[in-house]
Design a protein. Structure first.
Length: 177
């Protein structure tokens, strides 16, 4: 099993072609809708003491994708991400204890703290000699804390879209020279 303490110090960049920032919402209170953002960039500065490391991530809101054009258009509208006025989501870490990453998440100009449970998957060297590290992370947020309030009441009770959103990240980092 990989130990996070073996992660080499240095500046690591998110490898967008091998990373996914995803989310899951309840739909009709009985099923799930999954989506992701396809334009993600950022760095993680790993310190000798890994708990002193810092992550800074930017996500382009217009890159949201759920596999349904109409739903993606609605998510880009002022009802949700308002991509015209808020083109980016930003996460800046505030602490890391080796398993929980805490930070400030800014959506639509509103910043709130979030916690993500992190699994470190290890380090590998690709065929071209590049050092890569992989992580998975999950956490729950209440979307209404960022002003993502749109919803529709259901005739039988409940709402169309859950307030609780599960964040699911699979991130590969590339060590920078």
């Amino acid at each position: 099993m990989a130990s996070i303490n073996d992660l080499p110090a240095g500046t690591w960049a998110i490898d967008p072609t091998h990373s996914e920032v995803g989310f899951v919402a309840r739909h009709l209170m009985v099923s799930k809708v999954r989506g992701s953002f396809t334009d993600v960039a950022g760095t993680v500065v790993v310190k000798d003491d890994v708990t002193d490391s810092v992550a800074d991530v930017t996500i382009k809101t217009d890159s949201v994708s759920t596999g349904t054009a109409d739903r993606d258009g609605h998510l880009r509208s002022a009802d949700f991400f308002d991509v015209e006025n808020h083109p980016e989501i930003r996460f800046v870490s505030t602490s890391f204890d080796g398993t929980v990453l805490k930070g400030d998440l800014t959506i639509k100009g509103v910043t709130n703290p979030v916690s993500l449970d992190v699994d470190y998957n290890g380090v590998a060297t690709d065929p071209w000699g590049n050092t890569k590290a992989a992580f998975e992370a999950e956490g729950d947020i209440d979307r209404t804390q960022w002003g993502l309030n749109w919803n529709a009441a259901l005739e039988a009770g409940g709402v169309l879209v859950s307030e609780k959103i599960k964040l699911k990240l699979d991130v590969q980092l590339a060590l920078q020279a």
